[in-house]
Write a protein that binds this ligand. Structure first.
Ligand SMILES: Cc1cc2nc3c(=O)[nH]c(=O)nc-3n(C[C@H](O)[C@H](O)[C@H](O)COP(=O)(O)O)c2cc1C
Length: 184
């Protein structure tokens, strides 16, 4: 696939299954993060790899977080939360990890971490690996952030679900470029 096709055709894949991509493919995904635009090359990110049994631990953390808000969770809600991380063989937790810098505000560093996350989606796509960026309330919950070991300054940019493409990929419409790009 040429580079422009990769940029024009990437799409998210919600249905992901085993097997996990092999290590070389994963390394290509990880390396792509480092080509995000990054003011002063601060590398204001870090990533946690969650696979195998760690997915159940993450599901349990989601339950603990929801329970902190509502001690009377229904069995159905508990099962739903526990099942969330099982939607893919692997999740990359993308974390914005701000560095103190006189010229680079925290906002810009969050943007770089987001760009790194997008780069990983792109690298998955060109290798025919499915990926989807998800957040939801759990990404912003203090119990989840503490349980994953984030510092007070760090933020979860997203949970990037990764796996083998399962199910069809969606039809893309031609973007309305002229609607969003105008001469000034
Ligand atoms: C910061 C961020 C958080 C997102 N969180 C979710 C989410 O929790 N659930 C979801 O279904 N899609 C979420 N999305 C959107 C999907 O990742 C995806 O981009 C969207 O479904 C459009 O599909 P496409 O990437 O194929 O264009 C999120 C996207 C971003 C950038």
């Amino acid at each position: 696939m040429n580079a422009l096709d990769a940029l024009h055709l990437r799409s998210s894949v919600p249905k992901l299954s085993d097997p996990l991509p092999d290590q070389e493919v994963l390394n290509n995904i990880y390396k792509a993060a480092f080509r995000a635009a990054d003011h002063a090359v601060l590398r204001p990110w870090r990533f946690l790899i969650i696979k195998g049994n760690s997915r159940q631990r993450l599901g349990q953390l989601f339950v603990e977080a929801a329970r902190a808000d509502n001690p009377d969770l229904s069995d159905e809600r508990i099962a739903k939360l526990q099942a969330k991380p099982m939607r893919a063989p692997m999740i990359i937790v993308s974390i914005s990890s701000i560095k103190e810098h006189p010229k680079v505000p925290a906002f810009e560093q969050d943007l770089s971490a987001a760009a790194a996350t997008q780069n990983m989606l792109q690298a998955a796509f060109v290798q025919n690996i499915g990926a989807m960026w998800r957040t939801g309330s759990m990404a912003y919950h203090s119990v989840v952030k503490n349980g994953l070991g984030l510092t007070a300054q760090e933020k979860i940019i997203g949970f990037v679900y990764i796996g083998t493409i399962s199910g069809g990929t969606k039809q893309l419409n031609e973007p309305e470029v002229g609607h969003f790009f105008k001469d000034w």
